[in-house]
Design a protein around this ligand. Structure first.
Ligand SMILES: NC(=O)CCC(=O)C(=O)O
Length: 271
C-alpha cells in the first residue's frame, strides 16, 4: 500500500483550502497513492476563533468533496480533520472514506489540546471544542487502520488499544507547533510505532509564519522498527511511503512485544 501525505498550507479562506486539498489529493493519487492523508484542521486556520465559523455538519461541502474524490480516484482518504458542527457542539473530526467514496469512519478528537508552556505555547481547544468519546479503527482492503488526531498521539494507552484492536497502521492528522514540535514530534511518532509495532503516519499542515499558530510541519511515515522512512520539511509538499505488511509480521515475530505483555500485573491494586 502506497501512502501519500499532503502537507497543505492552510489559509483563511475555506474554499481555497478545499481547492488546494483537491489539487494535492489528485497529484498524490496520480503518483500511485492508495491512501491519501491530510492534516489536522486542513480547511480552517488552527485558532479557536475560526472553529465555529468554519464548522460544517455532515455531510457538508468539505466531506462531499472528499467523498467524491475518493470515489473518482478509487483511493482511501483520511480527511485530516475539520471543525464538525453537531447541534450546539463543535468537534475536531476526521472523516475516513473508502475507494467507493463511502464514509467508513469518523474520529472526534478525544484528548483536547489544553496546554500552557511557560515562554512557549498556550492553547485551550476546550474553549471551543467538545470531546470525542470513542476510539476509531476502520477496516480497509489492506487491513485495519487506527485513526487519532494530534494530541491524541501523546496517550500511549489509546495507541496500544488500537494495536490490540488489530490496527497495523495508525494514521494521525496533526498540527504540532514550534514549542513542542522540535522537542517531541519525532520521538513521539517513533515511540508509538516502536511500542505497538505499527506503521505510524503523521500529517501536518505546512508552516505559515504569518498565521497565529506556527505548525511544525515534518509530516512523517515511521516503520514498525521505529525508523522514519519519509519526512517532509516545513514547506508545502507531498511525501510518500510504502507500507510493507510483511515487515510488520517479521518485527512482531522476532520481537514479540505484544505477546510478552504481563497484563496480569498491570492493574494498580489498592491496599
Ligand atoms: N493540535 C494539537 O493537538 C497540537 C498538539 C501538540 O502540539 C502537542 O505538543 O501535543
Amino acid at each position: 500500500m502506497k501512502i501519500g501525505i499532503c502537507q497543505i498550507k492552510v489559509v483563511q479562506d475555506k474554499n481555497k483550502n478545499i481547492e488546494n486539498a483537491e489539487r494535492m489529493i489528485r497529484e498524490a493519487a496520480l503518483n500511485g497513492s492508495h491512501l491519501v492523508v491530510l492534516p489536522e484542521m486542513f480547511n480552517c486556520p488552527y485558532e479557536n476563533k475560526y472553529f465555529l465559523p468554519f464548522a460544517e455538519s455532515y455531510p457538508g461541502k468539505t466531506t462531499n468533496k472528499l467523498a467524491s474524490l475518493a470515489k473518482e480516484l478509487g483511493i482511501y482518504i483520511v480527511g485530516g480533520s475539520i471543525p464538525e458542527k453537531d447541534g450546539d457542539m463543535v468537534y475536531n473530526t476526521s472523516y475516513i472514506f473508502d475507494h467507493h467514496g463511502e464514509m467508513i469512519g469518523r474520529h472526534r478528537k478525544i484528548h483536547l489540546f489544553d496546554i500552557d508552556v511557560l515562554g512557549g505555547i498556550r492553547f485551550k481547544e476546550s474553549d471551543s471544542l467538545g470531546y470525542g468519546e470513542e476510539m476509531t479503527v476502520v477496516d480497509t482492503l489492506y487491513g485495519k487502520i487506527g485513526v487519532a488526531i494530534c494530541y491524541d498521539m501523546r496517550f500511549p494507552e489509546l495507541m496500544r488499544l488500537m494495536a490490540l484492536e488489530g490496527a497495523k497502521v495508525i494514521v494521525v492528522p496533526a498540527a504540532f507547533n514550534m514549542t513542542t514540535g522540535p522537542a517531541h514530534w519525532d520521538i513521539t511518532l517513533r515511540a508509538r510505532a516502536l511500542d505497538n509495532q505499527v506503521y505510524f503516519i503523521a500529517a501536518s499542515p505546512s508552516r505559515d509564519m504569518d498565521a497565529s499558530y506556527h505548525a511544525y510541519g515534518h509530516s512523517s511515515i515511521v516503520n514498525p522498527w521505529g525508523e522514519i522512512i519519509s519526512q517532509a520539511d516545513e514547506k508545502e509538499c507531498i511525501i510518500y511511503g510504502e507500507i510493507d505488511f510483511k515487515m510488520i509480521e517479521k518485527v512482531r515475530n522476532e520481537l514479540p512485544l505484544l505477546k510478552h505483555r504481563r497484563t496480569d500485573l498491570y492493574t494498580i491494586r489498592k491496599g
